[in-house]
Design a protein around this ligand. Structure first.
Ligand SMILES: NC(=O)c1ccc[n+]([C@@H]2O[C@H](COP(=O)([O-])OP(=O)(O)OC[C@H]3O[C@@H](n4cnc5c(N)ncnc54)[C@H](O)[C@@H]3O)[C@@H](O)[C@H]2O)c1
Length: 259
């Protein structure tokens, strides 16, 4: 029996790892045709059987490469129903410590790369007069955090870029939504959390569900936004963060004996 995304063609960047890979797994399980790209393929992607010619090696900063990949997808499948932009890099430090090269790299990959991916798929979606664009932003695009300037600026940009897409293309039947993950256990997370030492526990506790998130939980939200279940949802920045952005938690009720 076919899944709920049968007949949908979905393109995912950053698909060889973490959240992008989990999205590929979930969408494939729902019978979508999934095409992925990343700087390089991975064994995990290779184990995910999603059809011939399903993976492209590409740098999201390369506009020409983006156009060629999309053109290949359209030649092969005739349509692109959804795009998920998961390619991204971490980077940070307070402003007085920022290395311009690192700042530029993070903006180029996270913000410009996202824009170029979407720019490449838009002509197809505009011709179809349909499509779902799902960007992967961050809770750090919604609120600030210590030392997060570089990354947070890029992800804040992704959120507003997404809202602008909803404004500009809604009348053509194209929806655009941003997912804002909390801290999700992926290779990027492992690298970041290893720098946090004992403070990691405090950050984990700001997720009001009291745990880190899993990539499959972001993929669940991506599935919803790709699927027709979200047909009236556009321009949203959706936190998938276990309540991280719901407010601050200091354990005060316990301290005051009010549990
Ligand atoms: N893991 C988290 O806690 C978390 C939280 C919020 C947002 N995010 C965002 O989710 C997205 C996925 O992150 P992840 O946690 O799965 O990390 P990840 O490192 O596992 O995956 C990111 C992928 O992006 C690819 N990539 C990096 N630069 C690229 C480039 N120039 N061109 C093409 N591909 C490139 C990497 O090769 C990698 O496979 C990122 O945009 C990240 O900022 C992650």
């Amino acid at each position: 029996m076919g899944g709920r995304l049968e007949n949908k063609v979905c393109y995912i960047t950053g698909a060889a790892s973490g959240i992008g890979l989990a999205c590929a797994e979930r969408l494939s399980a729902e019978s979508a045709t999934v095409i992925g790209s990343d700087l390089r393929s991975s064994d995990k992607w290779n184990k995910l059987v999603v059809g011939e010619e399903s993976f492209y090696e590409l740098d999201v900063r390369d506009e020409q490469a983006q156009i060629e990949v999309v053109s290949n997808i359209v030649d092969s499948y005739g349509q692109i129903d959804a795009v998920i932009t998961s390619a991204g890099v971490a980077g940070g430090g307070p402003v007085h410590t920022i290395d311009l090269e690192n700042w530029q790299h993070v903006q180029d990959v996270n913000l410009t790369g996202t824009m170029l991916t979407i720019k490449a798929v838009l002509p197809t979606m505009m011709e179809q007069r349909s499509g779902s664009i799902v960007t992967v932003a961050s809770i750090e695009g919604i609120e600030g955090c210590e030392g997060g300037s570089t990354y947070n600026a890029s992800k804040g940009g992704v959120i507003l870029l997404t809202k602008n897409l909803a404004n500009d293309y809604g009348r053509l039947g194209i929806r655009a939504n941003a997912i804002c993950p909390g801290f999700i256990r992926t290779p990027m997370f492992e690298a970041t959390v290893s720098l946090m030492g004992e403070r990691a526990e405090k950050i984990r506790d700001q997720h009001k569900l009291g745990r880190w998130g899993e990539a499959s939980e972001i993929a669940g939200a991506a599935y919803f936004l790709v699927s027709d279940d979200s047909s009236f949802v556009t321009g949203v920045a959706l936190p998938v963060d276990g309540g991280y952005t719901a407010g601050h938690w200091y354990g005060l009720t316990t301290l005051m004996g009010l549990d």
